[in-house]
Design a protein around this ligand. Structure first.
Ligand code: UD1
Ligand code: UDP
Length: 357
């Protein structure tokens, strides 16, 4: 029996996660795709639908930016109304954003089953809004699709065992599939005149790094002091804080630190695959660095993707200027990689599991 599934996405990484799953899902089930509008700039949203061939959303709730409580509450109201009208068999949510929590909570209160893709991740840092969103979503989800064995173990340690399924990582599916597409389709290296392994790629958007001027200054200063050619696609949140705090002045003086607007997924994949090193606080970018075997320097004190660190391809340096600089100079992975993220068919496995419902 085909299921009626409402999928809820809203932020950049969720479009990328939904791309492989949505393609599989529609071969068997009916999907109604809801965009909460959490991300709305063309280069944070529409570009991904166009590039990745994701079906256009059936509805965009246009919630936009606001404080956490307000944003989540507005989503909750709108999603509840929509679910009341759609009466789906299942609500599918991804990752750990406010859109994830709002979708899961609205569905659970209406007694609609929730499937959570990327369940079981933990940073054990409750100051991160994502950690709250994940814990709560996992508590109310009926089907929990875990990207890694570590994620399964976390759920088991919390007493969550029913509905837990090790699917592998859908971002790995996307990374494998789109690497070749990016190689032939992206012209970013030519446009930015970048030679292979001649540059660092940087991204930064976590509140603990962007909303704290000392942290953001330390990161920017380390990138400048490295003397490396750095390509930095700037998240709108970070651009806002750089402008407010006067850090833009510092950046303007450093010609080798190149701030660019957020890029599409294909350009990003291409930048990641050919960078010498990646400096980031993004969850998705840490993993993609690992998938593409580019050394990663993570601007955080902990990570959910512990396998990348255990294998020696990722180093945690926080927002500490000296540590960032030392890692840019010296960090060089020695070890090979173990296969932690599945076989590139996580989305297929998720749909096969849903077919059994
Ligand atoms: C959100 C997620 C985070 C995820 C990230 C992916 C939560 C709590 N956070 O963080 O887990 O890693 O998305 O990128 O859900 N803005 C724009 N244009 C946009 C979107 C945002 O200008 O299209 C600006 C606004 O000033 C907004 C700020 O960025 O206030 C932050 O956006 P928001 O979606 O609240 O959080 P992110 O930092 O993007
Ligand atoms: N990404 C992108 N363009 C950019 C920056 C990131 O396409 O300018 C992609 C990146 O390749 C990864 C995803 O967005 O697939 C990660 O999203 P983000 O860093 O915003 O969020 P996180 O993964 O930390 O939740």
């Amino acid at each position: 029996m085909p299921l009626n599934i409402v999928t809820i996405v809203g932020a950049r990484p969720q479009f990328i996660k939904a791309a492989p799953v949505s393609a599989q899902l529609r071969s068997r089930h009916r999907e109604y795709l809801v965009h909460t509008g959490q991300h709305y700039d063309a280069n944070m949203s529409q570009l991904f639908f166009d590039e990745l061939g994701i079906p256009q959303p059936d509805v965009n709730l246009e919630i936009g930016s606001a404080a956490h409580g307000e944003q989540t509450a507005q989503m909750l109201v709108a999603i509840e109304r929509l679910l009341d009208a759609q009466k789906p068999d299942l609500v599918l949510v991804y990752g750990d954003t406010n859109s994830t929590l709002a979708g899961a909570l609205a569905a659970a209160k209406l007694n609609i089953a929730v499937a959570h893709v990327e369940a079981g991740l933990r940073s054990f840092n409750r100051r991160m809004p994502e950690e709250i969103n994940r814990i709560l979503t996992d508590r109310i989800a009926r089907y929990l699709f875990c990207p890694t064995q570590t994620a399964v173990d976390h759920l088991h340690n919390e007493g969550v065992t029913a509905g837990v399924y090790l699917s592998g990582d859908v971002m790995y599916d996307a990374a494998l599939h789109f690497a070749a597409v990016a190689e032939s389709g992206s012209t970013i290296l030519e446009r930015l005149r970048l030679a292979e392994r001649s540059y660092l790629l940087a991204t930064c958007h976590r509140p603990q790094n962007t909303d704290d001027v000392d942290a953001l200054r330390a990161i920017v200063q380390a990138l400048i002091d490295s003397g490396e050619h750095v390509v930095f696609p700037v998240h709108p949140r970070t651009r806002g804080f750089m402008q407010k705090s006067g850090l833009m002045e510092l950046v303007r003086k450093a010609e080798h630190l190149r701030l660019i607007d957020p890029v599409g997924y294909l350009d990003m994949v291409q930048l990641e695959r050919h960078a010498r090193k990646i400096v980031t606080d993004s969850g998705g970018v840490q993993k993609e660095a690992y998938f593409y075997k580019t050394p990663c320097i993570t601007l955080r004190e902990e990570t959910e993707w512990v396998e990348t660190v255990a294998d020696g391809w990722n180093i945690l340096v926080g927002a500490r200027q000296d540590k960032i600089l030392a890692a840019i100079r010296d960090f060089a992975p020695q070890a090979g990689q173990n296969n932690h993220y599945g076989d590139g068919r996580a989305s297929e496995k998720i749909i096969r599991y849903l077919n059994e419902i």
